[in-house]
Design a protein around this ligand. Structure first.
Ligand code: SAH
Length: 221
């Protein structure tokens, strides 16, 4: 049967190109072996429109339509690695900003259950088709506004946000399990990647590095 998705890839989307991307991630300080294995296997090119898929393995963010971008591989790896540093591996993970679905697919390969919310409906349909081609069946999608979280599915052991709010949404802290964490880009013009950990008395925040994400926008499109 013809592989409509070209999962294996060829030329600039081949296994060798994927191997080189992961070698660069290692050089840039990503060390988690299981995560690197997932990124070696996962065909990032199917998450990007055909016209740009030859650039899928460059360490850059790329346009995916509606003025949104797929995050660069390093940032996907870094945010995921921060979740993997939790003392216990999170089981239920909530993501805000499904977008192309690449980060979602990385999460679904490492954590038992992934919930992902996206405000732009057509992204969701494309992402769903990609997950089904990859036989990833532990992902539950919702078309909605991430600022509200997903109260019916909480608590979550961890939350990952792939667009930047200017403050940590209170609803998300409420839906987080004790000692759970939220990884997110925080800020407007000047953004920092941060890890917020829920503690007995409230929360604690750690700054990781400077980043540039699209804003987390309230409401559904
Ligand atoms: N992880 C995605 C990133 C896409 S960019 C990828 O790598 O492809 C950020 C995404 O967040 C966009 O798809 C945007 O529509 C979505 N987004 C922005 N505000 C949102 C909100 N309030 N709730 C849910 N999704 C939101």
């Amino acid at each position: 049967m013809r592989d409509k998705w070209n999962l294996q890839g060829i030329g600039m989307t081949s296994q060798r190109t994927r191997d080189r991307m992961v070698a660069r991630l290692r050089e840039q300080g990503i060390t988690h072996a299981e995560l690197l294995q997932v990124m070696i296997r996962l065909p990032r090119h199917i998450f990007i429109d055909d016209a740009l898929s030859h650039r899928a393995y460059e360490d850059v963010s790329l346009p995916i339509g509606f003025q949104q971008t797929i995050s660069q591989p390093w940032i996907v790896a870094k945010m995921t690695e921060l979740l993997l540093e939790q003392p216990e591996r999170p089981k239920r993970v909530l993501e805000l900003g499904t977008g192309s679905g690449y980060q979602t697919a990385v999460l679904a390969s490492l954590f038992a259950q992934v919930f992902s919310i996206e405000r732009i409906g057509s992204f969701q349909d494309k992402a769903r088709a990609r997950f089904s081609a990859l036989k990833l069946n532990n992902i539950t999608l919702r078309h909605g506004d991430g600022y509200q979280g997903w109260p019916a599915k909480g608590e979550f052991d961890a939350i990952l946000i792939t667009a930047a709010p200017e403050f940590v949404p209170e609803a998300l802290l409420e839906q987080l399990a004790p000692n759970g964490c939220i990884i997110l880009p925080l800020g407007a013009e000047q953004q920092k990647l941060v890890r917020v950990t829920k503690t007995e008395s409230g929360s604690q925040i750690e700054t990781i590095t400077d980043v540039k994400f699209v804003p987390l926008v309230a409401g559904v499109a």
